[in-house]
Write a protein that binds this ligand. Structure first.
Ligand code: FE2
Ligand code: FE2
Length: 178
């Protein structure tokens, strides 16, 4: 397994969640309502898995190592675009959380903001993933030896190992009111 294989496996799960979101959008269209707890689950996946765990490994390990290399102007530009897209996904998710809270508190007009933000996630993730799978990861691979790639893969494993602890520490801290 190479680093890009590990990241591509995660992309396949993110795509499955995008399909779930598409299905949810169709349901909202026909019923004109949504279960706020379902949006909480979608947000939890996007934040903890897609962003913290997946984008986390890309930014904190792969992009960090690439930043030490003499990247071509094209690859450097692509990496910056990908980082911008991670930021945009984070902002979209934050706006989704806010809309969901308004909706839960009785503001039915927030439903259109929820569908709007879910629609944005459906639009941006597949394009981002395709750019990484087809263009960026193959280009990035050329900057590393097999050994360097395996070192990053080990770091990925350590990063993932820490995630479950970080996640549940947060849960306890939130319940403690910190
Ligand atoms: Fe990414
Ligand atoms: Fe990715």
């Amino acid at each position: 397994m190479q680093t890009r294989g590990a990241l591509m496996i995660e992309h396949r799960l993110i795509e499955r969640m995008i399909s779930v979101i598409q299905r949810t959008l169709k349901q909202i269209e026909s019923t004109k309502e949504v279960e706020p707890a379902l949006i909480d689950t979608v947000v939890d996946f996007i934040r903890v898995y897609a962003d913290r765990t997946h984008h986390g490994k890309e930014e904190d390990i792969l992009f960090r190592e690439l930043s030490k290399r003499d990247l071509s102007a094209e690859d450097d530009k692509m990496m910056k675009e990908l980082m911008e897209e991670h930021i945009f996904a984070r902002q979209t998710t934050k706006a989704l959380v806010e809309a969901n809270n308004r909706y839960r508190n009785g503001d039915s007009s927030a439903l259109k903001d929820i569908t709007n933000k879910l629609g944005t996630l459906v639009r941006i993730y597949p394009v981002h993933i395709e750019k990484e799978d087809k263009s960026f990861f193959p280009a990035a691979g050329a900057y590393f030896t097999d050994e360097e790639d395996q070192d990053m893969l080990s770091e990925f494993k350590e990063f993932d190992r820490n995630m479950i602890h970080e996640r549940y520490k947060q849960v306890v801290e939130r319940l403690e009111g910190k």
